[in-house]
Write a protein that binds this ligand. Structure first.
Ligand code: CO
Length: 218
């Protein structure tokens, strides 16, 4: 395996605007009505909650196009019930766009997860990473038993996705959609930076049947 990282030295501010022109040319060459159709509205069937990491762009890694995935990204793909930004995106996606799937996608080698596993201070972000430390605490027996640090990090990435899928299910937004008979499934995925492959954590659900009683709304 090469130890080089992707070269970004050619990326400039002006270059982004040049890139935009090429994007327009390419899109119109494929479909002269490309922008007309997108300007008329959106009907994405999926909400993606992913990591802000530059290497995990929702559309590219799922071979989808603009208009096809509604996206929310933050550090370490967290679903935190006091996060007004996430709740607003979720509410709009579920109640206005009527998405059929919400997918929490983490990725191995996540810097946020690795930072949360350690004891260094990083500043303001420590408060955000606290939520990942809470996931660690919930699964400390399993994680402490993994001696290899990379393997332990990989497992925490998976458990963090699973716990954030649980957090999604606990929101009144998702529970009300289910109570109202709306077609809505939530899923947890993990992306591998080293192979490009997505693994399904197999925690897909479309009801609150298995949820701890204390979190269930009538
Ligand atoms: Co990350």
């Amino acid at each position: 395996m090469s130890s080089q990282i992707h070269d970004t030295s050619h990326i400039t501010y002006e270059g982004l605007l040049e890139g935009n022109k090429k994007f327009i040319e390419g899109a119109l060459a494929e479909d002269p009505e490309y922008f007309d159709k997108l300007a008329n509205g959106q009907k994405p069937p999926v909400l993606w909650i992913g990591c802000a990491d530059s290497r995990v762009p929702a559309n590219q890694i799922t071979n989808t196009a603009p208009g096809e995935i509604f996206v929310h990204r933050n550090i370490a793909n967290m679903v935190i019930h006091s996060d007004m930004n996430m709740l607003s995106v979720l509410d709009y996606a579920v109640n206005v766009l009527k998405v059929k799937h919400v997918i929490v996608t983490g990725h191995y080698g996540c810097g946020g997860v690795n930072a949360a596993m350690g004891n260094n201070q990083f500043g303001l972000i420590d408060n955000w990473l606290r939520h990942i430390k809470d996931v660690y605490r919930l699964h400390a027996d399993e994680l402490d038993a993994i001696t290899d640090e990379t393997e332990r990090s990989n497992r925490l990435v998976e458990l963090n996705v699973i716990e954030n899928v649980n957090n999604l299910c606990k929101t009144s937004i998702v529970q009300n959609a289910w109570t109202n008979g709306q077609e809505l499934s939530v899923h947890g995925w993990v992306y591998s930076l080293s192979t490009g492959a997505i693994s399904d954590m197999k925690v897909s659900t479309s009801s609150n049947e298995k949820m701890d009683a204390v979190f269930k709304f009538k």
